[in-house]
Design a protein around this ligand. Structure first.
Ligand SMILES: C[S@@+](CC[C@H](N)C(=O)[O-])C[C@H]1O[C@@H](n2cnc3c(N)ncnc32)[C@H](O)[C@@H]1O
Length: 230
């Protein structure tokens, strides 16, 4: 029986029962095999760009006897086959956005994109909006002294023109849900922003501009904290 980390377990939990799935950048193949073992999906594609990584997934699939349900494919990004759910986890936000853009027609068909960026979540949110995807929910996990944001999106063919660059730094959904873990995340962000603002040289022109940007971001973080705490 596979025991997943808290982060991967949440990702697996978000997969729709009976969905056809692709796990892009699967590495060890934990999620695909977990989905099969737990009868959540019987039709999973596991891809990885690295032969070495994919070998681990192939080995685990064989070991657990899931060859009929999991197709391990060496590929760069999403393969050309429609899937109900697309998982892209553990990669950078920019990388995830590029993978989606490259296979936009397949991604448009998907009922649910389950995306877990390791950094640059703001850029991923912005690019999803630019491509016409709606973020219909978000989750946040705290594990090993780190926060992991998970974005759930689907194609809506609508770009919200009202959103500003700063808006993409925040999870509207987690604020609406008054998520307690997100509150802790925002508090840490507030302390971090304060500490860099403090370290700036007040006489440098370059610092002045950056200082303004960071102060504006700090204000938004404080507003979000107030909203969740209210
Ligand atoms: C840090 S691991 C994440 C593994 C797993 N998804 C997780 O969240 O624990 C990233 C994996 O993505 C693979 N990868 C990176 N870029 C990729 C791409 N464009 N297409 C497919 N796989 C990719 C890497 O080879 C690596 O195995």
């Amino acid at each position: 029986m596979i025991k997943l980390s808290k982060r991967l377990n949440k990702i697996a939990e978000l997969v729709d029962f009976g969905a056809s799935v692709i796990d892009v950048g699967t590495d060890h193949g934990y999620v695909p095999n977990f989905l099969c073992e737990n009868k959540i999906s019987r039709d999973v594609i596991a891809t990885d760009i690295s032969k070495n990584s994919l070998e681990k997934s192939i080995e685990l699939t064989r070991e657990l006897g899931n060859e009929k349900e999991i197709r391990n494919i060496l590929a760069n990004g999403i393969v050309n086959e429609e899937r109900d759910n697309i998982i892209i986890a553990g990669l950078g936000g920019i990388q995830i956005a590029e993978i989606i853009a490259k296979s936009i027609d397949i991604a448009k068909y998907s009922k649910k994109l389950i995306l877990q960026p390791m950094q640059k979540t703001n850029i991923l949110r912005r690019e999803l909006n630019n491509m016409g995807f709606e973020i219909f929910d978000e989750e946040i996990i705290y594990e090993d002294e780190r926060y992991f944001e998970i974005i759930l999106a689907k194609f809506l063919n609508y770009k919200n023109e009202d959103l500003k660059e700063e808006d993409f730094y925040f999870s509207k959904k987690l604020i609406e849900k008054k998520d307690k873990i997100y509150l802790e995340y925002l508090k840490e962000k507030k302390d971090y922003l304060r500490s860099i603002i403090k370290s700036f040289d007040p006489n440098s022109q370059r610092s002045k501009k950056r200082n303004q940007e960071l102060n504006s971001l700090l204000k938004k973080v404080e507003e979000a904290i107030d909203e969740i705490s209210s």
